[in-house]
Design a protein around this ligand. Structure first.
Ligand code: GRF
Length: 217
């Protein structure tokens, strides 16, 4: 059986991208990473993808008059590359509703917080400001409203006394690298099904839909 062709969209360093590429390079992973695409030509992740032998392209948003024309070019490129599924991995650009609707059910994102808490940017700073004791990350299907789509998988980590945004962010990022490949696997195996605006997970034997990471020490 041919594996679904996945495109990873990035804007920066691409550590989540690398976790997906590494997972997909292992035997039995049900997806092929066919393309990495950045809206920033200088994204560090592009070189990392190339070094891993993955086709890497950039589509500079600065060359387009507006969001609609950028998204139309992006869609055309994904279609040309016969992409089945899109993974947003630190893609720092809002997508238009028509683009998101075209890819509905076929586009997922990783967010560095336990949604629906802390949508948007600077999640670790805001979690520390609020004094939450548990923080984490979420993989979800993308819908037109930002950081709102049906949740596929989450990981929770403790917030420790003395945490800084960097130390907390690093603890969360380590779990992002665990749940993003696990969630992609569930989606590609057809085991994360959309039902009434929620995700239903069939059989948990490969990965649970949530990870609770105990405090260190
Ligand atoms: C990650 O924290 C991800 O959750 C967020 O942007 C960051 C991207 O980091 N959407 P990287 O480029 O994957 O290292």
């Amino acid at each position: 059986m041919t594996k679904p062709r996945v495109a990873i969209l990035i804007s920066g360093r691409g550590s989540n991208m690398m976790s997906l590429i590494e997972a997909a390079s292992r035997p039995g992973f049900p997806a092929e990473i066919a393309l990495v695409l950045s809206n920033r030509p200088d994204a560090h992740g592009l070189a990392r993808a190339q070094a891993a032998g993955i086709a890497a392209r950039s589509l500079d948003h600065k060359g387009f008059a507006d969001r609609a024309s950028f998204d139309a070019a992006l869609d055309a490129l994904l279609v040309e590359e016969q992409i089945d599924l899109v993974c947003l991995a630190g893609f720092m650009r809002l997508l238009t509703a028509p683009f998101v609707e075209t890819w509905a059910g076929r586009m997922i994102n990783i967010h560095p917080a336990l949604l629906p808490s802390f949508k948007g940017l600077h999640t670790h700073e805001r979690a520390l400001e609020e004094g939450v004791k548990i923080h984490g990350c979420t993989v979800h299907f993308v819908t037109p409203e930002m950081d709102v789509g049906p949740i596929i998988m989450q990981a929770a980590v403790p917030v420790l006394e003395g945490d800084t945004p960097d130390s907390l962010g690093a603890r969360v990022l380590a779990q992002e690298h665990v749940i993003y490949p696990a969630a992609l696997r569930l989606v590609c195996e057809g085991r994360a099904r959309l039902e009434g605006g929620r995700v239903v997970i069939d059989e948990f034997e490969i990965a649970p839909p949530a990870l609770i990471v105990p405090p260190a020490g």
